[in-house]
Design a binder for this molecule. Structure first.
Ligand code: RP5
Length: 196
């Protein structure tokens, strides 16, 4: 009850605790998973397109003023020559979590390396490429905020509990699907199962 109350309080707060920025509107289909995850946890966030290459002055202004505007964690997603997370980190001491967007040409490997390979002294917490990275950036932001806000820590605990329950509720996907899978069929025929 107290937990629900603090989650509600956070939800109704207009002040964003997490800033989600991305290099292009084309990154939204990835970064929206971070925004949705934060929303589900009741964590207020703001979302902006801020490009390291196309709007460098805006990037500097955003990063330099985020702390005084009350932002406590920044999630920065970009693809290709993904300089947004690193340059943002260079202008603030707030934690910056980088999400490598899956690029067309190199499937996000370029984004991943651009974000992860920071020089010592300016850290960016780099997540996985694409949707999983966006979701995990939000969960990691929640974990960081949870050290200060007990309501967020409890929301995160609840998320984990529900996730575990969902997995345990479907121990055998073949049983719920109805249709026998190739693996099951070959077992019935007495064939050896091959390792994936
Ligand atoms: C990067 O270039 C953006 O983060 C985006 O992932 C990529 C392509 O941008 P668009 O050409 O789709 O605007 O800066």
């Amino acid at each position: 009850m107290a937990q629900e109350h603090s989650r509600e309080k956070l939800r109704s707060s207009s002040h964003a605790l997490v800033g989600i920025i991305m290099g292009s509107t084309s990154d939204w289909e990835t970064l929206e998973h971070a925004a949705n995850t934060l929303r589900d946890l009741g964590i207020p966030c703001e979302t902006r397109v801020v490009s390291a290459h196309r709007t460098p002055d805006l990037l500097f202004e955003y990063a330099a003023t985020a702390e005084q505007r009350g932002i406590e964690v920044i999630i920065a997603g970009a693809g290709g020559a993904a300089h947004l997370p690193g340059m943002t980190a260079s202008k603030t001491v707030l934690p910056v979590l980088g999400v490598p967007v899956e690029s067309k040409a190199l499937k996000g490997l370029d984004s991943l390396l651009s974000i992860a390979q920071m020089p010592g002294g300016i850290p960016v917490g780099t997540l996985a490429i694409g949707k999983a990275g966006a979701i995990n950036a939000a969960l990691l932001a929640a974990a960081i905020l949870g050290t200060k806000y007990p309501g967020i820590r409890e929301s995160l605990r609840e998320f984990r509990r529900e996730q575990t329950q969902r997995v345990l509720a479907t121990p055998d996907p073949a049983a719920t699907d109805g249709a026998p899978k190739a693996g099951a069929a070959s077992l019935r025929r007495g064939k050896k199962r091959t390792r994936a």
